[in-house]
Design a protein around this ligand. Structure first.
Ligand code: NAP
Length: 522
């Protein structure tokens, strides 16, 4: 089977043999993807020239209704998506749900938020501001939907949510979507787009997809387009530095690698709820999607006196996690997505081991349940311990994209904050403490270098949404090393797909402009 590309209003197969997609448990080939022969210039032109006007002919609330219909189509085909996630990503049902149900949840969230914006076609940003002594001459900032395409280049780990968490605010804004999923897991994204296209939900040209290499896609970007990229820092650098992107000042958003931290408060001891909550969260983050989450906990910052107790508690839970073929219902953790990722994880673990010792790695007899370890792409949960955190480099620099984390002892609260910052900007930090003052201090201290901070005590222990879960209401992104991007955050996400302009003019003109706009309330 070759995955079809949907461009310029037509389904077309790429030429040649393309790139193979594999089952990461069985090692079998399941599909091929090729963009060879795709006319990217024409495809982007169709999105801008047909999809854009079709979407912009509608108001925000009408486009929000389209998001509801997309969510309905995806819900109706949910079972097929779980099957694809099992075969192409080796996902147990609970992992697939995070991706697939997370996508549907995010679409429904933006459908609700967008419905409240009514029939307006553009946004008003703030009040009128007087520019002269006489009130007759004033200014008003408005934001218009971009007239280009939203080029969404995604990573392999979230083939469903990765598309729709970006497409929802783009479509709500009135900007057509041009999706380029990671080739290794493109099947699920492609099938979802196929279902939505077949259902005729969106105006023609509002949704395109290419499966396979990006080819010369970026050569054809304009200043009206946006590129929203999720993936590795190296690819991000290539995209940011692309000649056409630089020439046209094309807006780029980057979500990249991150050395996220979980921090146990100085007062927490074994037997306290906060200690247990941290242990539970670390194990969850290491094993869910086999640690292939950009937000997963990579560094566990603990008071030096509690290091061995924390290591032992996490080790005991990891040892009980059943790893293997997700077709067996006892399995809790599946494989990595490919042999290439397995190899990259092995190299990363080897580099970390030069600075950290092994607490748990499944042992010499590690064997995945119902799977051939030689063929499949499994990596056992690997917990490391680092004795010299301030002097370490790799621990704060190498993101092993798998079930791998390092316990890092700290001597004081100030040192803990400094160690967290050694990640050079991260997507998320979580703090577990019964000390209300420390919890608030840590949240404020870590906010500058983290896109999101989760503060946990016993009172919210059973209700918080999790360290790694990206909620559409809250900002997703992180400074520096994490890419410097911003996604979601409720209606804040619309800013990326709009262009702000200051209108200066007579009061009655500005009042007319303002009367047709809607102001975002967060
Ligand atoms: P990747 O190799 O950088 O690929 C990401 C995407 O970029 C893929 O669709 C890839 O296509 C495409 N691509 C590669 N070269 C390109 C080029 N020259 N021009 C345009 N597109 C190009 O990353 P990955 O291995 O899929 O993902 C793993 C990484 O993503 C991890 O480091 C993880 O931390 C990061 N990540 C971050 C977030 C976040 O939200 N911050 C979320 C998930 C993952 P092909 O697949 O066809 O090569």
């Amino acid at each position: 089977m070759k995955l079809s590309n949907y461009v310029s209003g037509r389904w077309t197969e790429g030429r040649g043999t393309g790139t193979a997609l594999h089952d990461p448990v069985l090692g079998t080939e399941i599909a091929r993807a090729s963009t060879d022969g795709v006319d990217f210039a024409a495809a982007l032109g169709h999105a801008r020239g047909t999809g854009g006007p079709g979407l912009r002919a509608l108001g925000y609330a009408e486009r929000a209704a389209l998001l509801t219909r997309i969510a309905d189509v995806l819900s109706a085909n949910r079972a097929a998506y779980f099957e694809i996630a099992l075969v192409n990503s080796g996902s147990p049902e609970s992992d697939a749900s995070i991706d697939i149900d997370g996508a549907i949840f995010t679409l429904k969230y933006y459908a609700r938020a967008g419905a409240a914006l009514g029939g307006a076609r553009y946004l008003k940003d703030g009040e009128l501001v007087r520019l002269a002594k006489d009130e007759a001459f004033q200014s008003l900032h408005i934001s218009q939907p971009l007239r280009g395409a939203a080029i969404l280049i995604n990573a392999f780990n979230f083939p469903a949510w990765g598309l729709w968490e970006k497409a929802a605010p783009a479509l709500l804004s009135g900007v057509p979507v041009f999706a380029k999923p990671a080739t290794a897991t493109a099947w699920l994204t492609q099938r979802m787009v196929e279902d939505v296209v077949k259902a005729g939900v969106l105006p023609e040209g509002a949704l395109s997809i290419v499966c396979g290499s990006a080819g010369d896609l970026l050569d054809h970007v304009t200043g009206a387009d946006v590129v929203s990229f999720t993936g590795s820092a190296e690819t991000a650098l290539r995209i940011r530095g692309h000649a056409a992107v630089l020439r046209h000042s094309t807006r780029v958003n980057v979500e990249a690698d991150s050395l996220n931290a979980a921090l146990l408060g100085p007062e927490a001891k074994p037997g306290t709820p906060e200690f247990d909550l941290l242990v539970r969260e670390v194990v969850r983050e290491m094993t869910v999607k086999a640690g292939q989450k950009c937000t997963a906990i990579r560094r566990i910052l603990v008071p030096a006196a509690q290091r061995s107790a924390v290591e032992e508690a996490i080790r005991a839970k990891l040892a009980k996690t059943v790893v293997g073929n997700p077709r067996n219902k006892d399995v809790r953790m599946g494989p990595l997505v490919s042999k290439a990722q397995q190899q990259a994880a092995a190299e990363g673990i080897a580099a970390l081991k030069r600075e950290a010792s092994v607490v748990y790695d499944g042992g010499p007899d590690f064997k995945p349940l119902d799977a051939d370890a030689a063929i499949a792409a499994f990596v056992p949960s690997t917990l490391l311990g680092c004795s010299d955190a301030p002097g370490a480099r790799a621990v704060h620099d190498i993101e092993v994209f798998g079930p791998v984390a390092t316990v890092v002892p700290y001597a004081s609260a100030e040192q803990a904050f400094a160690i967290a910052r050694l990640g050079q900007g991260s997507l998320v930090a979580s703090v577990f403490s019964a000390d209300a003052q420390f919890l608030a201090q840590a949240a404020v201290e870590l906010a500058e270098s983290h896109g999101r901070v989760l503060a946990v005590n016993a009172a919210i222990g059973s209700m918080h949404t999790g360290h790694g879960n990206v909620m559409p209401q809250c900002l997703h992104g992180g400074p520096g090393r994490a890419g410097g991007g911003e996604e979601l955050g409720g209606l804040r996400a619309l800013a990326f797909y709009h262009r702000r302009s200051a209108i200066q003019g007579p009061l009655d003109c500005l009042n007319t402009v303002a009367a047709q706009a809607v102001e975002l309330r967060y």
